[in-house]
Design a binder for this molecule. Structure first.
Ligand code: FAD
Ligand code: 2HG
Ligand code: ZN
Length: 473
């Protein structure tokens, strides 16, 4: 059954009966992690608040392990003592999953930032979970490779956090999801056992693919300590084009034409609407480089022969005959990548990350505008057209329960009616956990609960996240 059969509890969760950190616990941690057991409130503050500044935890202790063995010792202790733990990477998550809700111990992977191996024949990189995505990108580019994923948060997000949220991003169209490019994981389970699934093989059909359980599990099943990932060769030729479109229908036709004409060199097809452009201009002082249009496309080609790629791209642009600009990518990409940042300056932002059949994605934005009328400040749509993934964002001068009540569950019902997903790539975290039934059948959610109980019987790992509150097990 879907949504309507399951009354949604949207209230804040109640603290579960976990232990509180004692002096003995503190001396255990200080002994294990000298100088890396942080209790100074000034140093913990930013780890208690999410990137969007909408969720505030009250943790009094932040642990910064450097090795898998240290993570294992921490979890073994916490499990024995019934202490709750919130794993944290770069803290750029958008669903309140990366910060504690109450006094959970924050386990940060920031010091686990070493590359372990890189094989420049296979392109397989093995590294610790706390490596920052952009640092890995630089490391690889020096060796003529790239990471198979890229996202606006690259300067802060960590590969362990990317894998834990199964982040999509701007290159998914070309290189596929992390479920395909992640070849192996090392994970520490709630009781401290180290699960070594750190394979570096393209093919391995020896039974269940357990690493998949931890991809997108948002830290509820184990702490990822190392990742091996298949990296593509660095393309020799890159082009970025910025196009205007007169309607969403026109945008879809352009997408179809683009797939046909650019074929294997198309590496990204992203969109933003005119409302996003206004926010970029107003809050970030970026300027629109082309004629004003209702919709804009950022498309990228990546190939091995500059002359060939440029010829293809120009033929395509001639065929679609729309206002367009092809220049050095960085400036054009920032118009797409910085929409999230522009929104933070527009007020409180209600964020929805929806998968739908691609021809439906903008109907939701238009319907939402009609539905909300002047209750909302701005209703904007952007996202990953190539993946059928809409980012619907609604702003308001401040947090507004009346506006929220008009958006939810309306947006989830709309999505469920078209068999979409209520979280395409950001996860459920704290904010969306109780809406899981709009996208998953109850038998499936129940089995998720069984798996959680098997791997983390005391429920110490990232409690109050991902799984709904009314989980009976
Ligand atoms: P965190 O935010 O620290 O954590 C995210 C979740 O993973 C939490 O539940 C946390 O408990 C868990 N976690 C973190 N590390 C581990 C670990 N080692 N083991 C187990 N659990 C762990 N997402 C997309 O999919 N596509 C985008 O294009 C995209 N763009 C973004 C742009 C901006 C500007 C921002 C702010 C965010 C964007 N995101 C995007 C959101 C995205 O989820 C995160 O940026 C990123 O994947 C999270 O990585 P992180 O290291 O910051 O993880
Ligand atoms: C993006 O694609 C990110 O820019 C963030 O996934 C989306 O802020 C958002 O809603
Ligand atoms: Zn996105």
């Amino acid at each position: 059954g879907r949504g309507p059969d399951h009354p949604v509890i949207s209230a804040a969760p109640l603290r579960k009966p976990f232990s509180k950190v004692t002096k003995e616990d503190l001396s255990f941690f200080r002994n294990l992690l000298p100088g890396r057991t942080i209790t100074d409130p000034d140093l913990i503050r930013s780890s208690n608040i999410d990137w969007l500044r909408t969720v505030h935890g009250n943790s009094e202790i932040l642990l910064r392990p450097k090795t898998t063995e240290e993570v294992s010792e921490i979890l073994r202790h916490c499990n024995k003592r019934n202490l709750a733990v919130c794993p944290q990477g770069g803290n750029t998550g958008l669903v309140g999953g990366s910060v504690p809700v109450f006094d959970e111990i924050i386990l940060s992977t920031s010091l686990m930032n070493q590359v372990i191996t890189f094989d420049n024949i296979s392109g397989i990189l093995t590294c610790q979970a706390g490596c920052v995505l952009e640092k890995l990108s630089h490391f690889l580019e020096e060796r003529d490779f790239i990471m198979p994923l890229d996202l606006g948060a690259k300067g802060s997000c960590q590969i362990g956090g990317n894998v834990s949220t199964n982040a999509g991003g701007l290159r998914l169209l070309r290189y596929g999801s992390l479920r395909g490019t992640v070849l192996g994981l090392e994970v520490v389970l709630a009781d401290g056992r180290v699960l070594n699934c750190l394979a570096t093989l393209r093919k391995d059909n020896t039974g269940y693919d357990l690493k998949q359980l931890f991809i997108g599990a948002e830290g509820t099943l184990g702490v990822i300590t190392a990742v091996s990932i298949l990296c593509p060769h660095k393309p020799k030729s890159l082009n970025v084009a910025f196009l205007g479109c007169s309607s969403f229908q026109h945008l879809l036709e352009t997408f179809q034409c683009c797939r046909g004409m650019l074929g294997e060199i198309l590496s990204a097809f992203e969109f933003l609407d005119a409302s996003c452009m206004k926010l970029l201009e107003k809050h970030l002082k970026l300027s629109n480089p082309i004629t004003e249009s209702p919709f804009y496309i950022v498309l990228e080609t990546a190939g091995s022969n500059a002359a060939h790629d440029e010829e293809k791209l120009h033929k395509f642009l001639e065929a679609v005959m729309t206002s367009s600009l092809v220049i050095d990518g960085t400036a054009l990409w920032s118009l797409r990548e910085r929409v999230t940042e522009a929104l933070t300056h527009d007020g409180y932002t209600y964020k929805y990350d929806i998968s739908l059949p691609v021809e439906k994605i903008y109907d939701l934005v238009q319907d939402m505008r009609r539905h909300l009328g002047d209750k909302a400040k701005n209703v904007v749509g952007y996202g990953h057209v190539g993946d059928g993934n809409l980012h619907l964002n609604i702003t308001s001068p401040s947090k507004d329960p009346r506006l929220l009540a008009a958006i939810e569950p309306y947006v989830y019902e709309w999505t469920s009616q078209w068999k979409g997903s209520i979280s395409a790539e950001h996860g459920l975290g704290l904010k969306k956990r109780n809406y899981i039934h709009y996208s998953k059948h109850s038998e499936v959610v129940a089995l998720m609960g069984n798996i959680k109980a098997l791997l983390d019987p005391k429920g110490i790992l990232n409690p109050y996240k991902t799984l709904p509150d009314n989980m009976h097990r």
